[in-house]
Design a protein around this ligand. Structure first.
Ligand code: ATP
Length: 265
């Protein structure tokens, strides 16, 4: 995987995100259009810091990347816990460096994954590190003039443990819930995940996704299901003795999804 803090335009597109249509509309309005048509927003004093929260594996990272792709903006991925552990004693400087880099490659989406890690350790051992990082983070977030072209998105599974100071307007002030997918959205997610794979024409991904067999599945669970089905399809292809041409591609069939589901649950 890439070095932390590496910036590039991600390849994830809206089409790769299943469901979450309402979130997409909010991001389109709050970030994508502002980056695409900056002139229209020149006279407005808008600050956007969004906090995505909800259970793990439901698309928080994915959607942040899709926002960057859709805007043609660079994307910097910062993991909260790493920021604390990797730069012990220099974490304040690290925060400043991150924002500098974001400004230099603006327009830029600055994504803080597990942002709660930066704010929960106050008072505990190592708390001084988190305290320093938090303070520096607040300084950077409040420097509105210097944030031009830098759009901050945070993600957390535990919004309740976050320091309230971070949740104020202009910081991570706009909370957006990313829920476990509904049955219908599970179908949409499977469809998105299957779009770049060879799948037998009579496989109904909407039906599989919305069935009770996938009850309470997260997007990450559905991704695991798709991968397992693909692995089974590959095994089938490789063990088939009737195979004349080795070049024949594997294809995922209904039976592979069935077996994958049995294996996973
Ligand atoms: P965490 O809180 O664990 O960081 P997250 O909400 O950021 O989780 P992602 O990293 O976005 O979750 O999702 C993990 C993987 O699950 C994705 O790479 C993708 O394969 C799949 N996935 C999750 N949600 C969706 C979705 N809505 N559409 C398509 N794929 C999804």
């Amino acid at each position: 995987s890439r070095r932390e803090g590496f910036s590039a335009i991600p390849s994830v597109k809206w089409e790769d995100v299943g469901g979450l249509q309402l979130l997409r509309e909010v991001f389109d309005r709050d970030i994508v259009r502002r980056i695409k048509y900056p002139k229209d927003y020149e006279d407005l004093d808008l600050e956007t810091g969004i906090l995505l929260y909800g259970p793990p594996g439901c698309g928080k990272t994915l959607i942040a990347k899709a926002v960057a792709n859709e805007s043609g903006a660079n994307f910097i991925h910062i993991k909260g816990p790493e920021l604390l552990s990797k730069y012990v004693g220099e974490s304040e400087l690290a925060v400043r460096t991150i924002f500098n880099r974001a400004r230099m490659c603006s327009p830029c989406i600055l994504f803080f994954d597990e942002v709660d890690a930066l704010t929960t350790r106050r008072g505990q051992e190592g708390g001084w590190v988190a305290g320093q990082v938090l303070n520096q983070l607040l300084v950077e977030l409040d420097g509105a003039d210097q944030r031009k072209g830098v759009y901050v998105i945070g993600a957390t599974n535990r919004p309740e443990v976050m320091d309230c100071a971070l949740l104020r307007p202009g910081r991570f002030g706009k909370p957006l819930y990313v829920p476990l997918p509904s049955p219908h959205d599970r179908g949409l997610i499977l469809t998105a995940l299957g779009s770049n794979k060879r799948i037998d024409a009579n496989v109904d991904l909407m039906a599989i996704g919305s069935s009770d067999a996938c009850k309470n599945f997260s997007g990450a669970d559905l991704s695991a299901l798709m991968n397992e089905a693909a692995m089974l399809a590959i095994e089938d292809k490789q063990s088939s003795r009737n195979e004349i041409s080795d070049g024949a591609p594997w294809i995922i069939k209904e039976i592979h999804f069935k077996r994958a589901l049995e294996k996973i649950t």
